[in-house]
Design a protein. Structure first.
Length: 415
């Protein structure tokens, strides 16, 4: 099935949110990859201050995912999505207004809070609206998100030729347009009333050992995805001596996603269990990081790039295999009323663990001219360990859980 045929087969709200994901990534990658360089080169900030500004954004997003998920459950996903996009527009607009540290910190907090709100809310809306077509809907999400992640930096690079503030205002305008589109065309979903408090909802998720084990096992997916922006670009430029090699990685990764995501997800749905698909996907991701250990002593940069390019392709294929089914399974743990809470908890737990893993990979790289063997072995080990953990959950029947009950007690559900 083609991407456009699949998209047309969904109702308007899902089509809108899939296109919204394209816009979100265009706006985000239009600005964020160039923020550190702007603060260092144009503003003259120290590395320590830049680290604080970027760290505050990441912490405000990762730390508040659970809040965003609960807000989607209790207030309705539509309002939370709109609020998140509006806050991102304001936050990115502040980056254009001033280079003072207080305003930059405010911009970072607002943009991080925005992501914490609309990320779980969008997935909650899609999970509820797509019903038995969740995997296909989330596969479409991956296609459009990948396209946005490629288009955003290209547009940002063009706008930076004018001025960083122009790029920041353009990113803010993207999110403002998304806010308006959702306010006009995105219908509200019914909200299930509950007598439980937010804290009781959180305790329900935290006490769900199967779900926490699932979230921990899939932390490797996020940690390895990040390497497309960390060790793979470093190694690509190192072995070729050409910065354009980095762009080749992103272009090839995007082409693979655009052409294969939907056919691959459909084939797996028909023939392979969810747990097996996720296990295979994580194993493919991990195995890919062993390929750059094959040193190609060739004259031409293209041949020297092949192992790194193959690693990027396997990483992309692994994400394509894994991600739609991971997102499809989360609501099966949660049940209808706590879908947002469980999405928020999943991104909080797996995201924090992935951040620690990425820091360890960065430490392994250090100041090396290229990427040392230890970093490749660490990333490969993370992927294969995640695959093993998911396989154990699958073999134990823990990936087909009874959903959390809407009337669960404050003590939560344990297993």
């Amino acid at each position: 099935m083609s991407t456009w045929a699949s998209l047309r087969g969904f109702p308007l709200p899902i089509r809108l949110l899939v296109v919204n994901q394209l816009g979100v990534n265009v706006g985000f990658y239009l600005l964020l990859p160039y923020l550190a360089g702007y603060l260092a080169d144009d503003v003259g900030m120290s590395a320590a201050v830049i680290g604080i500004v970027l760290g505050v954004r990441n912490l405000s997003q990762q730390g508040l995912f659970l809040l965003g998920g609960s807000a989607a459950d209790r207030l309705g996903a539509r309002g939370v999505i709109i609020t998140g996009c509006a806050l991102r527009a304001v936050g990115f607009g502040l980056f254009a207004l001033s280079a003072s540290v207080p305003l930059l910190l405010a911009a970072s907090i607002l943009s991080g809070l925005a992501g914490a709100l609309f990320n779980p809310a969008v997935r909650t809306y899609v999970a509820q609206a797509a019903a038995d077509r969740r995997a296909e809907a989330f596969a479409l999400f991956n296609v459009f998100a990948s396209a946005g992640a490629l288009l955003g930096p290209l547009l940002g690079a063009a706008l930076l030729l004018v001025d960083f503030r122009v790029a920041a205002l353009a990113a803010a305008a993207v999110f403002a347009a998304l806010t308006g589109a959702q306010a006009i065309w995105l219908p509200a979903q019914p909200v299930t009333a509950s007598e439980a408090t937010v804290w009781q909802d959180w305790r329900t998720g935290i006490a769900d050992r199967r779900f926490l084990a699932f979230s921990v096992a899939l932390a490797g997916m996020f940690a390895l995805q990040t390497q497309l922006y960390l060790i793979l670009p470093v190694q690509a430029e190192h072995v070729t001596g050409q910065p354009v090699a980095v762009a080749v990685l992103f272009v090839v990764s995007t082409i693979v996603t655009l052409t294969l995501q939907l056919p691959l997800t459909g084939w797996l749905q028909r023939r392979v269990s969810r747990g097996t698909s996720i296990t295979v996907g994580m194993a493919v991701m991990g195995a890919g990081f062993l390929l750059p250990l094959l040193r190609v002593e060739a004259v031409t940069p293209v041949l020297r790039l092949l192992p790194v390019l193959a690693a990027a392709v396997l990483l992309t294929l692994g994400v394509m295999i894994t991600q739609p089914f991971v997102l499809e399974l989360i609501p099966t743990f949660a049940g209808h009323r706590l879908t947002g809470t469980y999405f928020g908890l999943f991104y909080l737990v797996s995201g924090m663990l992935a951040a620690g893993c990425t820091a360890a990979v960065g430490a392994a790289v250090g100041t090396s001219a290229g990427v040392p063997t230890s970093a490749w072995l660490l990333t490969a080990g993370v992927g294969l360990a995640s695959a093993g953990a998911v396989w154990r959950l699958h073999r134990g029947g823990l990936l087909n859980p009874a959903p959390a009950s809407a009337g669960v007690s404050s003590a939560g559900r344990t297993s």
